[in-house]
Design a protein around this ligand. Structure first.
Ligand SMILES: Cc1cc2nc3c(=O)[nH]c(=O)nc-3n(C[C@H](O)[C@H](O)[C@H](O)COP(=O)(O)OP(=O)(O)OC[C@H]3O[C@@H](n4cnc5c(N)ncnc54)[C@H](O)[C@@H]3O)c2cc1C
Length: 396
């Protein structure tokens, strides 16, 4: 029987498993994931800020996988391309005929001194919960320390997750102030970014709205300031020093370390895929989601790695494996980018969707909630949506 192995049960891996399971192939389908749960990466910022409950964004495994798909809870350490085997921590090696690699991301510090040591990333359930706990503990500590830095948060890097985190945290500060009897007017959030321009896929008008919204909420953006060093209680940029006892690292993301450790040719642990989303070294190995780079047709830059791209790639890899096994032709992957929606807190956001439609404020936040609920439906069932879904737009 053909052995199909899927590494990672994130957005791309789950989608691939679902599509494959529907094909009734003469094959075993096995998903390997380091945790016995799937999580909605797109909601990690809310967990890190303290506005979303972690249980809400976690779906149990293997319960969320389709019938007939096997599950192994283990950490992947290496892929042996020529032997067609995968090495796991505390588990025997696995053989595959077809492999879908969907191992997601790790935090990237771009070599900034002290960033890895003192900056807290938002890349998984564990890191998001660690950050939430750190913020709460540090802020509560102000009552005994009277150290103003206990009330300051500095975010390094202004990319997607940073904006979502800033919007959520700004909304959560009054809650913390009330809970621990803290001076709200002394609580401060700064975000430092080397580039002058934020979110290049958005128009100046939309980024202007994002900046103004965050400013109004009390999050200060400092653009055009590259970070020289991060220390336990400060971020240094030229002659400017931002003091804080919570430092968040959102400078960037790269693909899973397993890609480099397996000796694959890559850039920041991401591999450029062929038109059928396999890799050029082996047509039976597919890279999908955040470990892949998909070039935009006719352009010299790739599509941004998003949940939508991950889902579509998972589908494409699964369908192309099914095509091989049923004697059909593989199809080229064509990505129709529907746009993106940025949450800036519970009831506001910014979006550029369906080509040239821009949404701001409440309509964008409703769209974000609807996308989240739809994604849950894709990864689970109607009851998953009822249990883990968000309906906060109904309460406005
Ligand atoms: C904080 C944050 C906010 C985001 N917000 C948005 C958004 O609003 N909209 C949007 O479209 N995109 C957003 N993205 C990007 C989007 O979430 C990703 O592009 C998408 O999750 C990629 O899917 P994936 O399946 O490739 O990886 P993931 O969803 O990250 O899944 C990877 C899976 O592999 C598992 N894994 C990792 N390493 C190992 C290992 N060694 N062994 C076994 N298992 C392993 C992980 O536990 C995880 O289950 C955001 C990303 C982050 C980090």
């Amino acid at each position: 029987m053909t052995e199909i192995l899927i590494l990672g049960a994130g957005i791309a891996g789950i989608r691939a498993a679902k599509v494959l399971a529907k094909q009734n192939l003469d094959a075993t389908i096995t998903v390997v994931n380091q945790n016995d749960y799937h999580y909605e990466t797109t909601s990690l910022a809310g967990v890190a800020a303290g506005t979303a409950k972690v249980e809400q964004i976690m779906l149990p495994l293997p319960a969320s996988l389709p019938k007939g798909v096997q599950f192994i809870k283990a950490t992947v350490t290496k892929i042996n391309r020529e032997a067609h085997t995968v090495e796991l921590e505390d588990h025997a090696d696995l053989h595959f005929d077809y492999l879908i690699v969907a191992l997601g991301i790790k935090s990237e510090d771009y070599g900034i001194k002290g960033a890895k040591e003192f900056g807290m990333p938002i890349v998984s359930v564990d890191t998001a919960v660690a950050l939430k706990d750190h913020i709460e503990k540090t802020m509560a500590n102000y009552n005994t320390s009277k150290d103003p830095n206990d009330l300051h948060v500095v975010v390094c890097g202004a990319w997607w997750s940073a904006f979502e985190f800033l919007g959520e945290l700004a909304e959560h500060l009054p809650v913390l102030a009330k809970k621990y009897n803290l001076p709200l007017d002394q609580m401060k959030i700064d975000c430092i970014e080397a580039k002058d321009k934020i979110l290049p896929m958005y128009s100046d008008k939309l980024t202007g709205y994002i900046k103004a919204t965050l400013k109004k909420k009390g999050a200060n953006l400092h653009l055009g300031m590259s970070i020289d060093e991060v220390k336990a209680d400060r971020v240094i940029s030229g002659d400017k020093v931002f003091m804080a006892n919570t430092i968040v690292l959102t400078t960037g993301l790269s693909g899973s370390q397993v890609i480099s450790d397996s000796g694959f040719e890559n850039r920041r642990n991401r591999m450029v895929v062929q038109s059928d989303v396999s890799i050029k070294e082996d047509k039976n190995i597919f890279m999908v989601g955040d470990v892949a780079t998909v070039m935009q047709p006719g352009k010299s830059w790739p599509f941004a790695n998003t949940g939508q791209l991950a889902m579509e790639m998972g589908t494409a890899a699964a369908k192309n494996i099914a095509a091989d096994l049923t004697g059909n032709q593989r199809l080229d992957f064509e990505f129709k980018d529907l746009g993106s929606v940025l949450g800036l807190g519970k009831r506001t956001g910014a979006a550029a969707v369906f080509g040239n439609i821009e949404l701001r404020g409440y309509p964008a936040s409703v769209m974000k909630v609807l996308i989240y609920d739809r994604s849950l439906l894709e990864e689970g069932t109607v009851s998953t949506v009822m249990k883990h879904g968000r309906f906060n737009f109904l309460r406005i």
